[in-house]
Ligand binder design. Sequence first.
Ligand SMILES: O=C(O)/C=C/C(=O)CC(=O)CC(=O)O
Ligand SMILES: [Ca+2]
Ligand SMILES: [Mg+2]
Length: 417
Amino acid sequence: MPQRSPLDLPEGDPFGPHNLPYGVFTTPHAPHLRKIGVRYGNHVLDAGAAAAAAASPHAEQLGADTLNPLMAAGRPVWQAVRAEVLGWLTDPAHRSIIEPLMHPLPTVALHLPFEVADYADFYASEHHATNAGRIFRPDGEALSPNWKHMPIGYHGRAGTLLVSGTPIVRPQGQHLPPADTSAPPHASSPTPVFGPSLRLDFEAEVAFVVGAPSTVNTPVGLSGFHDHVFGVCLLNDWSARDIQAWEYRPLGPFLGKSFATSLAAWVTPLEALTAARTSPPARDVPLLPYLDDSAAEPGGLDLRLEVALNGHTVSRPPFSAMYWTAAQQLAHLTVNGASLRTGDVFASGTVSGPRPDELGCLLELTWGGRQPLRLPDSTRTFLEDGDEVTITAWAPGPQGVRIGLGEVTGQVVPATP
Ligand SMILES: O=C(O)/C=C/C(=O)CC(=O)CC(=O)O
Ligand SMILES: [Ca+2]
Ligand SMILES: [Mg+2]
């Protein structure tokens, strides 16, 4: 049977013509030459070479070794480049030039697709925030009084965003001895120990990647979302729960989350998710005008996440259940005058739904380690060395097609001695 062309995809391929995510890859022949690629099925188009061959007006942006120049160019350029790439991949007139520029996915190495500028992480799932509150603060209110009035978040560590597939070294740090960690730190002077985290967790999240920058003292507002946000990536906010529980009062997450955050290698353009737009849950309190999206286009996204631990599905978190939308997060992030830079990443926070099989981290799935999770061949409270966590997702696309999001995966390796 003749080999099928990489340009002839099976009907309904989740990485078909409606998707076209961007990444950065190298081939074994030139391991230091980073190129922009567009995923199509199980192949990667060398977009820089295609742009040069087509004498594209965007050859400079597509010929770069990161997505930053394309991301910085703004929405009209994003739309023009997307239309051009679609033409290269689907118009038979380009076939003989494009076919040799398609690399099988398993033959390339994928890299962090853009230079990360600043990184913030939100806390936008009411289900996650309520559960985390009950587990970490059993004697207090589950949701803090500000939670329904603004998207709560913290600034994280941009330099430790790692591309999917990078091994995750178990972090070391201060924490209370195991017997004490299920309870909040007691007033009666607890004594910490130093060593590898014994409560390493994942957090299934969706990250939004800023393309066009903004000016200091100029809030972006809800309506600026589509002009500033280039695309979406799956993200795993690895979390050391014992370090976190001991350190976080009163300032919030610090070393318990800054050691590693995994980002998918593929950025799905926002435009590919148009059919997935959906209304967020009903709001329980009136919102201040800069966050009030009641008259705006639906700001939620119907992304269906799946988390696998060592190949076994442990959860299916629904992104449509998130209380705060990404547009509200961006409006909040800039309302004080803070500016955006190309490459800023803001993550949604752990995606958890209302059901027990929709929770986005082990903290919730095992209720603070008290109810071990059953796997076919073992049980888990928190992650063990050698464990591999893979987050995948899809979204409804046009005409019933699925839009696949690039996976984010990572394996835990033992703490550095
Ligand atoms: O409730 C807390 O103290 C902390 C919860 C988190 O783990 C913070 C976080 O990373 C936010 C999130 O992923 O939703
Ligand atoms: Ca998080
Ligand atoms: Mg992290």
